[in-house]
Design a protein around this ligand. Structure first.
Ligand SMILES: NC(=O)c1ccc[n+]([C@@H]2O[C@H](COP(=O)([O-])OP(=O)(O)OC[C@H]3O[C@@H](n4cnc5c(N)ncnc54)[C@H](O)[C@@H]3O)[C@@H](O)[C@H]2O)c1
Length: 243
């Protein structure tokens, strides 16, 4: 594969840890200039230093966060070819009675708004360069997730967005896809780790998720929605017939 992405610029949100950090490493190994965006500035800086990329500290759950981060990436590099909209959060709430508005806004702000605004902000450059977007959704974007219904809502939302944008963006020369992994062995799952272990379920390794992400983002492997389940190869999700 060598440096087949030399001269190309990739933005990875939530790139300071977990899946995003592993994707940043893989993109840099193929020669891309990588912009690591994360709320955790120290984590972003560590990964950026490791991959010879650029770190941008931004809270993407805020309305301006994503726009400002993409604008800074463009100011530094002059182009964006690949965007991995990967940062996400659980709401931690399964009883809506216990939900406060601020938390709700942050979950929707990060998991949905940051995806919409990220695509919007990068699109002129993506069209110019013939680029691609990958959104990290979740199997919780395709199935019920009773532990965190709001998280499931936001991930369903971005799957719908990707499915509905795939055709129109293709006409502009831009690919868009969503990755829907089951539980992944990162810090993200926190308290759910014990529940997963107790249920005898396997966790996906970060590396296999990152490999599937890069295959979808860079190489166009799979369709608009790729599902990743433990012990099975990544496969395209097909939308069941309705009506
Ligand atoms: N880990 C899982 O089991 C799992 C399963 C399916 C989908 N996902 C999705 O994968 C994506 C990445 O998760 P991960 O497992 O790599 O998690 P992670 O916790 O290892 O990494 C997430 C990164 O996002 C950053 N981040 C969080 N909130 C942010 C904000 N407001 N602004 C900017 N950056 C922010 C964190 O600082 C962290 O560096 C998320 O969208 C998550 O919903 C995770």
């Amino acid at each position: 594969m060598g440096a087949d992405l030399a001269g190309r610029v990739a933005v990875v949100t939530g790139g300071g840890n977990g899946i995003g950090a592993a994707v940043a490493e893989r993109l840099a190994a193929r020669g891309a200039g990588v912009v690591v965006v994360d709320r955790d500035g120290a984590a972003a800086a560590r990964v950026a230093a490791r991959v010879g990329g650029t770190a941008i500290r931004a809270d993407l759950a805020t309305q301006e966060g994503t726009k400002v981060a993409v604008a800074r990436a463009l100011a530094v590099h002059g182009r964006i070819d690949l965007v991995h909209l990967n940062a996400g959060m659980l709401s931690g709430v399964h009883d809506l009675a216990a939900l406060d508005v601020e938390r709700y806004r942050r979950v929707v702000g990060l998991n949905v708004d940051a995806v919409v605004f990220g695509i919007q902000a990068a699109l002129p450059s993506l069209v110019r360069e013939g680029g691609a977007v990958l959104v990290t959704a979740s199997v919780a974007g395709l199935t019920p997730f009773e532990l965190d219904p709001l998280y499931a809502m936001t991930k369903h939302a971005v799957v719908g967005l990707v499915l509905s944008l795939a055709g129109p963006l293709r006409e502009q020369g831009v690919r868009i896809a969503a990755l829907c992994p089951d539980f992944v062995d990162t810090g993200f799952i926190g308290a759910h780790r014990e529940m997963v272990a107790a249920g005898g379920r396997a966790l996906l390794a970060v590396g296999e998720v990152a490999d599937a992400a890069v295959a979808a983002l860079v190489d166009g492997v799979g369709g608009p929605v790729t599902v990743l389940l433990p012990g099975r190869p990544a496969h395209e999700h097909t939308v069941a017939e309705v009506g």
